[in-house]
Design a protein around this ligand. Structure first.
Ligand SMILES: Nc1nc2c(ncn2[C@@H]2O[C@H](COP(=O)(O)OP(=O)(O)OP(=O)(O)O)[C@@H](O)[C@H]2O)c(=O)[nH]1
Length: 392
């Protein structure tokens, strides 16, 4: 099979131009996401570099060899910045090094007129830039659990190809003297770079999409003020706990918390201090969650926790939270919390019923003067006056 270098080159120009257009709209559609912006810029520079390298066919040397390759090396640097921007890092100046090195080397006629030397340096720089991109990508593995893998694969294929190029492309000038490199290996360089730009575009779109999806999902489950889970997250988790407890017949406990006279804290110390008090309470409560315990803000000064522990342990945890809160005094502000606790031994579990029971117990805790823990079941079994809430 003979692959015509000019036909491939036109294909490459067309594909790259088309990808520039796609990426430009993707960038705008993603609210001017920096990563996609860098990628779009890298593609524009690649397109310009490719076009300049085609001037080799007219016998020109300066534009294809110096300017064309410099543009392509800047594109590599900007691609590296796209990976850095993806993980929120600043750009630095390292991305300019490849282009600068090439410009300096071109000042030496022994390099400028030697195709094998140019092929060697160009392939080496591609390997170095790609290795740096792999390093950047490696740092994003925690925020990119899925697309991290295809992105790695794509970059490793590019490294292997360029290493093969160093070994196999002796820089023999092609009889079809034309675009990119000008050696007999050019056909493979063009094919690989077409596949690379297509692969990179899809990979970056998938990466940005995955990161955004995870961010949106997280934002929809977290309370923005305190950073703890919100009502939606807690109810999702409660349903998982219910299923787990039902299967393994484990006890499930629900704790409802309500800060006492919180309105008066806002009135006396201001809303900002009120916010700080809410954050302080969340830190205290989070610090007492057991291994299988989840805490959330339901709204305002109301919080809840679901935990796979039996009633006795849930009451101990509630009392620890209550007493630590009463002693906390964030910024000199005294505040207390009332807590209702409901538990199920693992039989006919119903989270809705447990919530209602805990809410009932919380109501009783408020009625008993606040700053206390009340166990829902004991309220039902005993007259209110004998309820075994752990009063402060
Ligand atoms: N600072 C601050 N205050 C909030 C926030 N959300 C709700 N609040 C306030 O919380 C207060 C709740 O007041 P109430 O429902 O009357 O309850 P309370 O004063 O705590 O009284 P008891 O619950 O009966 O002890 C209101 O003044 C709300 O404005 C918030 O995000 N930040």
């Amino acid at each position: 099979m003979t692959l015509d270098v000019y036909t491939l080159f036109v294909c490459e120009l067309y594909v790259t131009l088309f990808l520039v257009i796609i990426m430009f709209f993707a960038w705008r559609g993603a609210q001017y996401d920096r990563t996609l912006g860098y990628l779009c810029l890298a593609l524009c520079l690649t397109l310009s570099g490719l076009w300049l390298s085609s001037l080799r066919a007219n016998g020109a040397l300066f534009f294809p060899v110096v300017a064309g390759n410099m543009l392509i090396l800047v594109a590599y640097g900007i691609l590296l910045n796209a990976f850095r921007a993806f993980r929120g890092a600043a750009c630095g100046y390292g991305w300019l090094l490849g282009m600068t090195l090439w410009a300096v080397l071109c000042l030496f006629p022994a390099f400028y007129h030697s195709l094998p030397k140019r092929v060697l340096v160009s392939a080496l720089l591609c390997v170095i830039y790609t290795a740096l991109m792999i390093r950047e990508l490696y740092r994003t593995r925690t925020i990119l659990p899925v697309t991290w893998w295809p992105a790695q694969l794509l970059l490793w294929v590019h490294i292997v190809f360029n290493l093969m190029r160093i070994l196999m492309d002796a820089g023999v000038a092609s009889s079809q003297y034309g675009a990119i490199g000008g050696s007999t290996f050019s056909v493979w360089v063009i094919i690989e770079s077409i596949l690379l730009v297509i692969g990179l575009n899809f990979t970056f779109l998938a990466m940005v999409n995955e990161r955004n999806q995870l961010q949106y999902k997280q934002a929809s489950l977290l309370d923005p003020l305190t950073g703890v889970w919100n009502r939606r997250a807690l109810f999702q988790q409660a349903e998982k706990c219910r299923q787990q407890c039902k299967r393994s017949r484990q006890p499930l406990s629900v704790l409802l918390f309500d800060l006492d006279h919180f309105k008066s804290i806002n009135d006396r110390f201001g809303h900002t201090q009120g916010d700080r008090t809410l954050i302080n309470f969340c830190q205290i409560a989070q610090g007492h969650m057991p291994l299988e315990g989840w805490f959330a803000r339901l709204g305002g000064e109301e919080f809840a926790a679901v935990m796979i522990v039996e009633k006795a342990q849930a009451l101990v945890i509630a009392e620890l939270i209550r007493s630590e809160t009463a002693q906390a005094q964030p910024d000199g502000v005294d505040y207390t919390v009332s807590i209702g606790v409901a538990s199920d031994g693992g039989g006919s579990l119903n989270v809705g019923n447990l919530m209602t029971e805990a809410d009932d117990a919380l109501y009783r805790a408020k009625a008993r003067g606040r700053n206390c823990v009340v166990d829902a079941r004991e309220i039902h079994q005993n007259p209110p006056t004998l309820a075994t809430g752990l009063s402060a």
